[in-house]
Write a protein that binds this ligand. Structure first.
Ligand SMILES: *Cc1c(COP(=O)(O)O)cnc(C)c1O
Length: 428
Protein backbone atom coordinates (compact mmCIF):
# COMPACT_ATOMS: atom_id res chain seq x y z
CA UNK A 1 0.00 0.00 0.00
CA UNK A 2 1.20 3.50 -0.79
CA UNK A 3 2.13 5.35 2.35
CA UNK A 4 0.77 8.86 1.84
CA UNK A 5 1.76 9.93 5.31
CA UNK A 6 5.48 10.00 4.43
CA UNK A 7 4.71 12.67 1.84
CA UNK A 8 2.60 14.65 4.29
CA UNK A 9 5.28 14.31 6.95
CA UNK A 10 7.87 15.69 4.57
CA UNK A 11 5.80 18.85 4.19
CA UNK A 12 5.31 19.25 7.93
CA UNK A 13 2.08 17.46 8.88
CA UNK A 14 2.40 15.55 12.15
CA UNK A 15 1.16 12.02 12.70
CA UNK A 16 -1.48 13.21 15.19
CA UNK A 17 -3.01 15.64 12.71
CA UNK A 18 -2.84 13.19 9.82
CA UNK A 19 -4.45 10.33 11.77
CA UNK A 20 -7.19 12.58 13.07
CA UNK A 21 -7.91 13.69 9.50
CA UNK A 22 -8.05 10.12 8.22
CA UNK A 23 -10.48 9.22 10.99
CA UNK A 24 -12.77 12.07 9.94
CA UNK A 25 -12.51 11.13 6.29
CA UNK A 26 -13.59 7.51 6.83
CA UNK A 27 -17.17 8.57 7.42
CA UNK A 28 -17.44 10.82 4.40
CA UNK A 29 -17.43 8.27 1.56
CA UNK A 30 -21.22 8.29 0.95
CA UNK A 31 -21.30 12.09 0.75
CA UNK A 32 -18.37 12.23 -1.58
CA UNK A 33 -20.14 9.79 -3.86
CA UNK A 34 -23.14 12.15 -4.08
CA UNK A 35 -20.83 15.01 -5.00
CA UNK A 36 -19.26 12.92 -7.75
CA UNK A 37 -22.73 12.21 -9.14
CA UNK A 38 -23.49 15.93 -9.22
CA UNK A 39 -20.23 16.61 -11.04
CA UNK A 40 -21.04 13.92 -13.58
CA UNK A 41 -24.47 15.44 -14.21
CA UNK A 42 -23.10 18.95 -14.61
CA UNK A 43 -20.21 17.77 -16.74
CA UNK A 44 -22.71 16.36 -19.21
CA UNK A 45 -24.70 19.61 -19.08
CA UNK A 46 -21.64 21.68 -20.01
CA UNK A 47 -20.50 19.24 -22.69
CA UNK A 48 -23.96 19.34 -24.27
CA UNK A 49 -23.82 23.13 -24.42
CA UNK A 50 -20.34 23.10 -25.98
CA UNK A 51 -21.42 20.61 -28.64
CA UNK A 52 -24.77 22.18 -29.36
CA UNK A 53 -23.09 25.52 -30.04
CA UNK A 54 -20.48 23.90 -32.29
CA UNK A 55 -17.43 25.10 -30.43
CA UNK A 56 -14.59 24.86 -32.93
CA UNK A 57 -10.84 25.36 -32.93
CA UNK A 58 -11.35 28.92 -34.25
CA UNK A 59 -13.33 29.75 -31.13
CA UNK A 60 -10.19 29.34 -29.06
CA UNK A 61 -8.33 32.19 -30.77
CA UNK A 62 -8.99 35.74 -29.71
CA UNK A 63 -9.49 39.10 -31.30
CA UNK A 64 -7.75 42.41 -30.65
CA UNK A 65 -8.82 46.01 -31.15
CA UNK A 66 -12.58 46.47 -31.31
CA UNK A 67 -13.21 42.77 -31.24
CA UNK A 68 -15.85 42.81 -33.97
CA UNK A 69 -17.16 39.39 -34.96
CA UNK A 70 -15.32 37.58 -32.21
CA UNK A 71 -16.51 34.04 -32.82
CA UNK A 72 -15.05 32.64 -29.61
CA UNK A 73 -16.55 35.35 -27.42
CA UNK A 74 -19.98 35.10 -29.02
CA UNK A 75 -19.97 31.31 -28.87
CA UNK A 76 -18.86 31.23 -25.24
CA UNK A 77 -21.76 33.51 -24.41
CA UNK A 78 -24.15 31.05 -26.06
CA UNK A 79 -22.56 28.20 -24.11
CA UNK A 80 -23.08 30.05 -20.83
CA UNK A 81 -26.64 30.95 -21.77
CA UNK A 82 -27.51 27.33 -22.61
CA UNK A 83 -25.80 25.84 -19.58
CA UNK A 84 -27.48 28.21 -17.15
CA UNK A 85 -30.81 28.29 -19.04
CA UNK A 86 -30.79 31.97 -19.97
CA UNK A 87 -31.87 33.70 -23.17
CA UNK A 88 -28.59 35.55 -23.48
CA UNK A 89 -25.26 36.06 -21.74
CA UNK A 90 -22.50 38.57 -21.31
CA UNK A 91 -19.21 36.82 -20.45
CA UNK A 92 -16.29 39.18 -20.68
CA UNK A 93 -12.72 39.73 -19.54
CA UNK A 94 -13.67 43.44 -19.40
CA UNK A 95 -15.86 42.62 -16.41
CA UNK A 96 -13.10 42.83 -13.84
CA UNK A 97 -14.56 40.91 -10.90
CA UNK A 98 -17.76 39.75 -9.26
CA UNK A 99 -18.51 43.11 -7.71
CA UNK A 100 -18.13 44.76 -11.10
CA UNK A 101 -20.50 42.25 -12.69
CA UNK A 102 -23.09 42.88 -9.98
CA UNK A 103 -22.67 46.66 -10.16
CA UNK A 104 -23.06 46.46 -13.91
CA UNK A 105 -26.23 44.38 -13.71
CA UNK A 106 -27.71 46.78 -11.17
CA UNK A 107 -26.68 50.08 -12.71
CA UNK A 108 -27.73 49.12 -16.21
CA UNK A 109 -31.18 47.86 -15.25
CA UNK A 110 -32.11 50.55 -12.74
CA UNK A 111 -32.97 54.17 -13.48
CA UNK A 112 -33.18 57.24 -11.22
CA UNK A 113 -36.24 57.01 -9.02
CA UNK A 114 -36.24 53.22 -8.97
CA UNK A 115 -35.82 51.19 -5.83
CA UNK A 116 -33.77 48.06 -5.20
CA UNK A 117 -34.85 45.52 -2.59
CA UNK A 118 -32.78 42.87 -0.85
CA UNK A 119 -35.21 40.44 0.83
CA UNK A 120 -32.40 38.30 2.28
CA UNK A 121 -30.65 40.80 4.52
CA UNK A 122 -27.42 42.67 4.11
CA UNK A 123 -25.70 42.00 0.80
CA UNK A 124 -22.04 41.09 0.34
CA UNK A 125 -19.67 43.69 1.83
CA UNK A 126 -18.47 45.18 -1.45
CA UNK A 127 -22.06 45.78 -2.59
CA UNK A 128 -22.64 48.18 0.29
CA UNK A 129 -20.63 50.77 -1.59
CA UNK A 130 -22.19 49.89 -4.93
CA UNK A 131 -25.65 50.45 -3.48
CA UNK A 132 -24.58 53.37 -1.30
CA UNK A 133 -25.41 51.76 2.07
CA UNK A 134 -21.93 53.06 2.85
CA UNK A 135 -21.56 56.31 0.90
CA UNK A 136 -19.26 55.92 -2.06
CA UNK A 137 -18.37 57.65 -5.29
CA UNK A 138 -20.68 56.64 -8.13
CA UNK A 139 -23.03 54.55 -5.97
CA UNK A 140 -26.64 53.82 -6.92
CA UNK A 141 -27.66 56.27 -4.19
CA UNK A 142 -25.78 59.08 -5.96
CA UNK A 143 -27.91 58.40 -9.03
CA UNK A 144 -31.13 58.67 -7.06
CA UNK A 145 -31.77 54.94 -6.79
CA UNK A 146 -33.05 54.00 -3.36
CA UNK A 147 -32.59 50.76 -1.45
CA UNK A 148 -34.59 48.72 0.98
CA UNK A 149 -33.67 45.63 2.88
CA UNK A 150 -35.67 42.99 4.69
CA UNK A 151 -33.63 40.80 6.99
CA UNK A 152 -34.07 37.07 7.32
CA UNK A 153 -35.91 36.02 10.48
CA UNK A 154 -33.76 34.75 13.36
CA UNK A 155 -34.41 31.15 12.29
CA UNK A 156 -33.12 31.90 8.78
CA UNK A 157 -36.54 31.92 7.10
CA UNK A 158 -37.89 34.66 4.83
CA UNK A 159 -39.84 37.48 6.44
CA UNK A 160 -42.73 37.25 3.97
CA UNK A 161 -44.97 39.92 5.57
CA UNK A 162 -41.94 42.23 5.78
CA UNK A 163 -41.16 41.62 2.12
CA UNK A 164 -44.75 42.29 1.08
CA UNK A 165 -44.67 45.55 3.00
CA UNK A 166 -41.32 46.61 1.52
CA UNK A 167 -42.39 46.16 -2.08
CA UNK A 168 -43.88 49.38 -3.42
CA UNK A 169 -44.55 51.19 -6.69
CA UNK A 170 -40.86 52.18 -6.95
CA UNK A 171 -39.52 48.66 -6.50
CA UNK A 172 -37.92 47.84 -9.84
CA UNK A 173 -35.39 45.21 -8.93
CA UNK A 174 -34.79 42.57 -6.28
CA UNK A 175 -31.35 41.21 -5.45
CA UNK A 176 -31.02 37.77 -3.89
CA UNK A 177 -27.64 36.56 -2.74
CA UNK A 178 -27.34 32.79 -3.01
CA UNK A 179 -24.20 32.41 -0.94
CA UNK A 180 -23.92 33.69 2.59
CA UNK A 181 -20.78 35.75 1.95
CA UNK A 182 -19.31 37.16 5.18
CA UNK A 183 -22.46 36.50 7.19
CA UNK A 184 -23.31 33.56 9.40
CA UNK A 185 -26.75 33.07 7.79
CA UNK A 186 -27.35 29.91 5.77
CA UNK A 187 -26.76 29.93 2.02
CA UNK A 188 -29.88 29.53 -0.08
CA UNK A 189 -30.70 26.43 -2.08
CA UNK A 190 -32.04 26.89 -5.58
CA UNK A 191 -35.37 25.52 -4.31
CA UNK A 192 -35.59 28.18 -1.61
CA UNK A 193 -34.64 30.88 -4.08
CA UNK A 194 -37.50 29.59 -6.25
CA UNK A 195 -39.97 29.84 -3.38
CA UNK A 196 -38.86 33.37 -2.62
CA UNK A 197 -39.14 34.39 -6.28
CA UNK A 198 -42.64 32.93 -6.53
CA UNK A 199 -43.69 34.91 -3.49
CA UNK A 200 -42.18 38.15 -4.76
CA UNK A 201 -43.88 37.70 -8.15
CA UNK A 202 -47.20 37.16 -6.37
CA UNK A 203 -46.79 40.62 -4.86
CA UNK A 204 -45.32 42.35 -7.91
CA UNK A 205 -45.09 40.37 -11.08
CA UNK A 206 -42.89 42.47 -13.31
CA UNK A 207 -40.06 43.19 -10.91
CA UNK A 208 -36.57 42.26 -12.19
CA UNK A 209 -35.05 39.55 -10.02
CA UNK A 210 -31.29 39.23 -9.95
CA UNK A 211 -29.44 36.47 -8.15
CA UNK A 212 -25.87 37.01 -6.99
CA UNK A 213 -24.73 33.53 -8.02
CA UNK A 214 -21.15 33.82 -6.77
CA UNK A 215 -19.85 30.47 -5.48
CA UNK A 216 -23.09 28.67 -6.30
CA UNK A 217 -22.49 27.53 -9.88
CA UNK A 218 -22.57 23.76 -10.42
CA UNK A 219 -23.22 22.96 -6.77
CA UNK A 220 -26.75 21.79 -7.60
CA UNK A 221 -28.42 20.41 -10.74
CA UNK A 222 -30.35 23.60 -11.29
CA UNK A 223 -29.34 27.23 -11.40
CA UNK A 224 -31.54 30.16 -10.30
CA UNK A 225 -32.77 31.06 -13.82
CA UNK A 226 -34.57 27.71 -13.78
CA UNK A 227 -36.69 28.81 -10.84
CA UNK A 228 -37.73 32.17 -12.18
CA UNK A 229 -34.81 34.60 -11.75
CA UNK A 230 -34.29 37.13 -14.55
CA UNK A 231 -30.53 37.41 -14.21
CA UNK A 232 -27.71 35.52 -12.56
CA UNK A 233 -24.38 37.19 -12.00
CA UNK A 234 -20.96 35.89 -11.01
CA UNK A 235 -17.20 35.94 -11.25
CA UNK A 236 -14.97 33.86 -13.51
CA UNK A 237 -12.28 33.56 -10.87
CA UNK A 238 -14.77 31.56 -8.83
CA UNK A 239 -16.60 28.35 -9.86
CA UNK A 240 -17.39 28.84 -13.57
CA UNK A 241 -13.82 29.75 -14.51
CA UNK A 242 -12.71 26.31 -13.36
CA UNK A 243 -9.47 27.81 -12.05
CA UNK A 244 -8.24 28.53 -15.56
CA UNK A 245 -10.01 31.79 -16.37
CA UNK A 246 -7.47 34.55 -15.62
CA UNK A 247 -10.16 37.22 -15.13
CA UNK A 248 -13.76 38.07 -16.00
CA UNK A 249 -17.35 38.06 -14.95
CA UNK A 250 -20.70 36.98 -16.36
CA UNK A 251 -24.33 38.02 -16.49
CA UNK A 252 -26.81 35.47 -17.87
CA UNK A 253 -30.56 35.84 -18.17
CA UNK A 254 -33.36 37.63 -19.97
CA UNK A 255 -32.29 39.15 -23.25
CA UNK A 256 -33.34 42.65 -22.27
CA UNK A 257 -31.46 42.56 -18.97
CA UNK A 258 -28.29 41.28 -20.62
CA UNK A 259 -28.57 43.86 -23.42
CA UNK A 260 -28.90 46.63 -20.87
CA UNK A 261 -25.75 45.42 -19.16
CA UNK A 262 -23.86 45.16 -22.45
CA UNK A 263 -24.75 48.72 -23.38
CA UNK A 264 -23.53 49.93 -20.05
CA UNK A 265 -20.31 47.86 -20.13
CA UNK A 266 -19.29 49.11 -23.56
CA UNK A 267 -21.43 51.99 -24.78
CA UNK A 268 -24.95 52.85 -25.86
CA UNK A 269 -25.13 51.87 -29.50
CA UNK A 270 -22.31 49.31 -29.24
CA UNK A 271 -23.51 46.77 -26.69
CA UNK A 272 -22.24 43.25 -27.23
CA UNK A 273 -20.70 44.02 -30.62
CA UNK A 274 -17.35 45.19 -29.27
CA UNK A 275 -14.90 43.85 -26.71
CA UNK A 276 -11.74 42.04 -27.78
CA UNK A 277 -11.26 38.69 -26.12
CA UNK A 278 -7.48 39.00 -26.46
CA UNK A 279 -5.79 35.66 -25.92
CA UNK A 280 -7.90 34.16 -23.18
CA UNK A 281 -10.71 32.30 -24.96
CA UNK A 282 -9.05 28.91 -24.61
CA UNK A 283 -8.80 29.37 -20.83
CA UNK A 284 -12.41 30.51 -20.59
CA UNK A 285 -13.74 27.55 -22.57
CA UNK A 286 -11.48 25.01 -20.92
CA UNK A 287 -12.14 26.42 -17.46
CA UNK A 288 -15.90 26.21 -18.00
CA UNK A 289 -15.47 22.63 -19.18
CA UNK A 290 -13.57 21.77 -15.99
CA UNK A 291 -15.79 23.82 -13.67
CA UNK A 292 -18.16 21.00 -12.57
CA UNK A 293 -15.30 18.79 -11.35
CA UNK A 294 -13.35 21.67 -9.86
CA UNK A 295 -16.49 22.72 -7.97
CA UNK A 296 -16.84 19.13 -6.73
CA UNK A 297 -13.27 19.24 -5.36
CA UNK A 298 -14.01 22.47 -3.58
CA UNK A 299 -17.19 20.98 -2.10
CA UNK A 300 -15.36 17.92 -0.79
CA UNK A 301 -12.76 20.18 0.80
CA UNK A 302 -15.48 22.25 2.47
CA UNK A 303 -17.25 19.19 3.84
CA UNK A 304 -13.99 17.75 5.12
CA UNK A 305 -13.22 21.04 6.89
CA UNK A 306 -16.66 21.15 8.52
CA UNK A 307 -16.38 17.60 9.80
CA UNK A 308 -12.83 18.07 11.01
CA UNK A 309 -13.44 21.32 12.88
CA UNK A 310 -16.91 20.64 14.21
CA UNK A 311 -15.67 17.56 16.05
CA UNK A 312 -13.07 19.81 17.69
CA UNK A 313 -15.78 22.06 19.10
CA UNK A 314 -15.87 24.89 16.55
CA UNK A 315 -19.15 26.14 15.15
CA UNK A 316 -19.24 25.46 11.42
CA UNK A 317 -21.62 26.95 8.86
CA UNK A 318 -22.77 24.87 7.08
CA UNK A 319 -22.42 22.20 9.76
CA UNK A 320 -20.86 18.79 9.27
CA UNK A 321 -23.96 17.08 7.95
CA UNK A 322 -26.24 19.60 6.24
CA UNK A 323 -26.69 19.92 2.49
CA UNK A 324 -24.55 22.32 0.47
CA UNK A 325 -25.62 25.23 -1.68
CA UNK A 326 -22.28 26.90 -2.31
CA UNK A 327 -18.59 26.08 -1.83
CA UNK A 328 -18.01 28.32 1.19
CA UNK A 329 -17.24 26.90 4.58
CA UNK A 330 -17.09 29.11 7.57
CA UNK A 331 -15.59 28.09 10.88
CA UNK A 332 -15.92 30.29 13.94
CA UNK A 333 -12.40 30.22 15.32
CA UNK A 334 -13.26 32.39 18.34
CA UNK A 335 -9.92 34.23 18.56
CA UNK A 336 -7.70 36.39 16.42
CA UNK A 337 -4.78 34.03 17.05
CA UNK A 338 -6.71 31.04 15.74
CA UNK A 339 -7.89 32.96 12.67
CA UNK A 340 -4.32 34.00 11.84
CA UNK A 341 -3.00 30.46 12.45
CA UNK A 342 -5.66 28.93 10.20
CA UNK A 343 -4.80 31.32 7.38
CA UNK A 344 -1.08 30.70 7.80
CA UNK A 345 -1.75 27.00 7.36
CA UNK A 346 -3.73 27.55 4.15
CA UNK A 347 -0.96 29.78 2.82
CA UNK A 348 1.66 27.18 3.62
CA UNK A 349 -0.23 24.64 1.51
CA UNK A 350 -0.23 26.88 -1.57
CA UNK A 351 1.45 25.93 -4.84
CA UNK A 352 2.51 29.58 -5.32
CA UNK A 353 3.79 31.94 -2.59
CA UNK A 354 3.77 29.20 0.04
CA UNK A 355 6.67 30.83 1.88
CA UNK A 356 4.91 34.11 2.71
CA UNK A 357 2.93 34.90 5.86
CA UNK A 358 -0.45 36.52 5.25
CA UNK A 359 -1.04 39.83 7.06
CA UNK A 360 -4.35 41.57 7.81
CA UNK A 361 -5.02 44.67 5.70
CA UNK A 362 -7.68 47.28 4.95
CA UNK A 363 -8.96 45.86 1.73
CA UNK A 364 -10.89 48.26 -0.53
CA UNK A 365 -14.61 47.66 -0.26
CA UNK A 366 -14.53 46.04 3.19
CA UNK A 367 -15.24 47.89 6.45
CA UNK A 368 -12.92 46.01 8.81
CA UNK A 369 -9.43 44.58 8.39
CA UNK A 370 -9.38 41.35 6.44
CA UNK A 371 -6.85 38.55 6.42
CA UNK A 372 -6.54 36.56 3.24
CA UNK A 373 -4.54 33.47 2.56
CA UNK A 374 -4.11 32.53 -1.03
CA UNK A 375 -1.22 31.32 -3.06
CA UNK A 376 -2.95 31.03 -6.35
CA UNK A 377 -1.98 30.71 -10.00
CA UNK A 378 -4.58 33.39 -10.70
CA UNK A 379 -4.21 36.30 -8.30
CA UNK A 380 -7.07 36.48 -5.84
CA UNK A 381 -8.78 33.45 -7.32
CA UNK A 382 -11.08 31.95 -4.76
CA UNK A 383 -11.88 28.75 -6.61
CA UNK A 384 -8.29 27.97 -5.81
CA UNK A 385 -7.63 27.01 -2.21
CA UNK A 386 -8.05 30.17 -0.17
CA UNK A 387 -9.23 31.42 3.17
CA UNK A 388 -10.18 34.82 4.38
CA UNK A 389 -11.96 36.46 7.21
CA UNK A 390 -12.63 39.89 8.65
CA UNK A 391 -10.86 40.58 11.95
CA UNK A 392 -13.98 40.93 14.04
CA UNK A 393 -16.04 38.76 16.36
CA UNK A 394 -16.59 35.80 16.12
CA UNK A 395 -13.36 35.51 14.11
CA UNK A 396 -14.96 33.34 11.50
CA UNK A 397 -12.76 32.14 8.70
CA UNK A 398 -14.32 31.66 5.28
CA UNK A 399 -12.63 28.85 3.54
CA UNK A 400 -13.15 27.97 -0.09
CA UNK A 401 -11.80 26.35 -3.17
CA UNK A 402 -9.33 23.67 -4.00
CA UNK A 403 -8.69 22.94 -7.68
CA UNK A 404 -8.22 19.33 -6.67
CA UNK A 405 -9.67 17.60 -3.64
CA UNK A 406 -6.23 16.39 -2.57
CA UNK A 407 -4.94 19.91 -2.47
CA UNK A 408 -7.97 21.03 -0.47
CA UNK A 409 -7.30 18.21 1.98
CA UNK A 410 -3.66 19.25 2.34
CA UNK A 411 -4.66 22.82 3.08
CA UNK A 412 -7.11 21.82 5.78
CA UNK A 413 -4.59 19.50 7.42
CA UNK A 414 -2.05 22.35 7.39
CA UNK A 415 -4.52 24.74 8.98
CA UNK A 416 -5.11 22.23 11.75
CA UNK A 417 -1.37 21.67 12.08
CA UNK A 418 -0.88 25.40 12.72
CA UNK A 419 -3.63 25.51 15.34
CA UNK A 420 -2.25 22.36 16.95
CA UNK A 421 1.32 23.69 17.09
CA UNK A 422 0.09 26.93 18.66
CA UNK A 423 -1.84 24.97 21.32
CA UNK A 424 -5.10 26.49 20.11
CA UNK A 425 -6.75 23.11 19.76
CA UNK A 426 -6.58 19.73 21.48
CA UNK A 427 -6.86 16.61 19.33
CA UNK A 428 -8.98 13.76 20.71
C1 LIG B 1 -17.08 37.08 -4.19
C2 LIG B 1 -18.44 37.59 -4.05
C3 LIG B 1 -18.81 38.83 -4.55
C4 LIG B 1 -17.82 39.80 -5.13
O1 LIG B 1 -16.95 39.28 -6.03
P1 LIG B 1 -15.48 39.87 -6.21
O2 LIG B 1 -14.98 39.11 -7.38
O3 LIG B 1 -14.73 39.59 -4.96
O4 LIG B 1 -15.62 41.32 -6.49
C5 LIG B 1 -20.12 39.19 -4.43
N1 LIG B 1 -21.03 38.41 -3.85
C6 LIG B 1 -20.71 37.20 -3.35
C7 LIG B 1 -21.77 36.36 -2.72
C8 LIG B 1 -19.41 36.75 -3.44
O5 LIG B 1 -19.10 35.57 -2.95
Amino acid sequence: MIDCFTMYERIGISKEVYDYGEGVLKELAPRFLKIDEMAEYNQAKVLNALQKNRVSAECLYGTTGYGYNDLGRDTLEKVYADTFCGEDALVRPQITCGTHALALALMSNLRPGDELLSPVGKPYDTLEEVIGIRPSMGSLAEYGISYRQVDLLPDGSFDLPGIRQAINEKTKMVTIQRSKGYAMRPSLSVDRIGELIAYIRSVKEDVIIMVDNCYGEFVEEREPLEVGADMIVGSLIKNPGGGLAPTGGYIVGKKECVENAAHRLTSPGLGKEVGASLGIMQSLFMGFFLAPTVTASALKSAIFAANLYEKLGFLCVPNATESRHDIIQSVELKSKEALLAFCEGIQKAAPVDSYVTPEPWDMPGYDSEVIMAAGAFVQGSSIELSADGPLREPYAVYFQGGLTWYHGKTGILYSLQKLYEANLVALP
